[in-house]
Ligand binder design. Structure first.
Ligand code: PLP
Length: 337
């Protein structure tokens, strides 16, 4: 079973990422916390437009778009969506047009990810409170009527095609464990639309990763417990099938922590602020204000409360997002920089 990566290799794939991403130690953070050895998988360094987890998903999504003869990428997200920024860059890289349906109103200041979307030549559609792709069918219609061939990438790139990126990422991670001569007791990762987590669970089964994989919810999509886990199970099952592994996941397969949402999606509170400054100043590594600042805040809290007592090696999977640091600098400092 562990050697059968064949079906995965048959999927069309656009090579957009610099892989493998490094695995680094976090020695000073480890020492100051006095808990398990901490490691970080640097998917903030995937190389496409400042990197992030969406690059891995886009390798398979854009691969499919190319195979289908499309000429335009269409996606949706929050105003500071990392997904949309990466879609815009991927479109430019393969010579496609790009249309993005963004939540909110046209901003007065162009900054962070919005600036990058525009640099890559994307057309932005401001959609008010519809930040999860509600407007995609309408925009796709318009594009079709103009003779374009749009490829629609759902919110977060989280379907069974995009999630293949994280099946493949687990193969990479297992090889890195082997090279380092260690086994991670747990991987911690920020989770929102779920494609990353579902892909990791499928990849873990496929490539024989035996530790835990613990998602930390960063928005309330995940708040209504049962429905979200059911969605994760269906997505992981479908993703595994595509990768050639016929297994079924059930809702209770998933570990997703919901206690670190703080004041909600994208809100930088005391925990996020402290965490971003702590990791920046102790390791020289940037986290982001929306996802990894919250998730690392959660991991640190668990260690401080002795919750990871039995673990030797713990991996924090950095999923990127750092351009959002430039969207609201004042939020990163209490009482101003
Ligand atoms: C999108 C994103 C996530 C969440 O990934 P999902 O697959 O949507 O769960 C985590 N971190 C960053 C930086 C992201 O941009």
């Amino acid at each position: 079973m562990e050697k059968d990566s064949h079906a995965l290799q048959e999927h069309p794939r656009a090579r957009l990422a610099f892989l493998p991403t490094p695995v680094v130690r976090l020695p000073k953070l480890t020492q100051s916390l006095g808990g398990p050895h901490l490691w970080m998988k640097r998917d903030d360094q995937t190389g496409l437009a400042f990197g992030g987890n969406k690059t891995r998903k886009l390798e398979f999504l854009v691969g499919e778009a190319l195979a289908q003869g499309c000429d335009t990428l269409l996606s949706a997200g929050a105003a500071q969506s990392n997904q949309c920024r990466q879609v815009a860059a991927a479109a430019a890289a393969v010579g496609f047009d790009c249309h993005l349906a963004l939540g909110g109103e046209p901003p007065r200041d162009i900054k962070g990810n919005v600036l990058l979307d525009l640099l890559f030549g994307a057309t932005l559609h401001w959609c008010g409170d519809q930040r999860k792709g509600e407007a995609l069918p309408r925009i796709a219609e318009t594009l079709l009527s103009r003779g374009k061939k749009p490829y629609v990438i759902p919110y977060g790139g989280s379907n069974a095609v995009g999630a293949l990126g994280y099946v493949s990422a687990m193969e990479e991670c297992v090889a890195q464990q082997r090279d380092l001569g260690i086994e991670f007791d747990a991987i911690f990762v920020a989770s929102s639309s779920g494609g990353t987590l579902a892909g990791m669970y499928a990849g873990a089964k496929m490539f024989g990763y035996k530790g835990r994989i613990i998602g930390i919810a960063i928005d309330k999509t995940a708040q209504s417990t049962a429905a979200h886990e059911t969605m994760l199970a269906e997505l992981a099952t479908e993703t595994a099938a595509r990768a050639g592994l016929p297994i079924r996941f059930s809702a209770d397969s998933f570990e997703l922590l919901r206690g670190y949402l703080g004041d909600g999606y994208g809100v930088v509170g005391t925990r996020e602020r402290k965490t971003i400054l702590r990791v920046a100043r102790s390791e020289g590594i940037l986290l982001d204000p929306v996802y990894t600042g919250k998730a690392m805040g959660g991991l640190i809290d668990l260690i401080e409360h002795g919750e990871l007592g039995g673990m030797q090696n713990v991996m924090f999977w950095h999923t990127g997002g750092t351009p959002a640091l430039f969207a609201d600098p004042a939020s990163l400092f209490e009482g101003g920089p």
